[in-house]
Design a binder for this molecule. Structure first.
Ligand code: SF4
Length: 237
């Protein structure tokens, strides 16, 4: 059977058997990141929209699980930022109600977490991952090229509120871009912020921006500085 929303089963970050679900028009995002693997954002927006009725997306997931394969996780991704999907929370609840032994995951850019309804909907997920690269506004704009209405301070405030409310597994990541955010000032700022958020685990990636890898000296500094964070840090550099 050909699927519209089910994208396939993969492993990710040590987790096995994750069913990907994509419900967004390509590509709908609050950001237009310089390193986006899906290319430029053609729908740059901060307006949530019900791209498809959640029951249609759910029905396909149900068919896949019943007829093809039952995964350990369902990952709600979207071609872009998944929380722009206004049916996100309803879809997550439908999956959890129907398949209580399948964990629901999301990978977000956190840009809408300052909205209470988005925090509640994301809070339905068992595992929340996402990307956060800097605590400095000029660097934030350079990497993410966000829609004007998204402000870094609001993203950070949304994450702090989410930390206070969320009971599940929170595992953010940071990508370091050679020549943009690979400096000690940013590392120190991220360290303070992540310490405050207290994730279960924190992932570090080399964005290999412009095909330029991070320098061994920077990776060394990074590991020294993050060495005493009170949660595990996994380096993919
Ligand atoms: S937030 Fe993700 S989907 Fe959106 S532009 Fe950035 S990398 Fe691409």
């Amino acid at each position: 059977m050909a699927y519209r929303f089910v994208t396939g089963v993969n492993d990710l970050r040590g987790l096995k058997d994750i069913l990907g679900i994509d419900f967004s028009p390509k590509k709908t995002c609050t950001y237009d990141c310089v390193n986006c693997i899906s290319g430029r954002t053609n729908i740059l927006t901060d307006k949530r929209d019900e791209f498809h009725p959640p029951k249609d997306v759910f029905s396909e997931i149900e068919t896949f699980v019943n007829e093809d394969h039952k995964p350990n996780y369902v990952l709600l991704t979207g071609s872009g930022e998944p929380t722009l999907y206004a049916g996100f929370g309803r879809l997550a609840r439908m999956i959890k109600d129907r398949f209580p032994d399948i964990k629901v995951m999301v990978y977000s850019n956190f840009s809408l977490l300052d909205r209470e309804e988005v925090r509640h909907e994301v809070g339905v997920c068992d595992v929340v991952g996402g990307n956060f690269n800097t605590v400095f506004d000029d660097v934030f704009r350079k990497i993410y090229r966000p829609i004007e209405s998204i402000q870094l301070q609001n993203v950070m405030e949304g994450l702090r509120k989410f930390r206070d409310e969320y009971k599940g597994i929170f595992e953010p990541d940071t990508r370091f871009f050679a020549g943009i955010n690979d400096n000690e000032k940013n590392v120190d700022g991220l360290k303070d912020f992540m310490k405050d958020l207290g994730p279960r685990k924190y992932y570090i990636f080399d964005a290999k921006y412009g095909n330029k890898p991070l320098s061994p000296e920077f990776i060394d500094t990074l590991k020294k500085k993050f060495g005493d964070l009170p949660f595990p840090v996994e380096y993919k550099v």
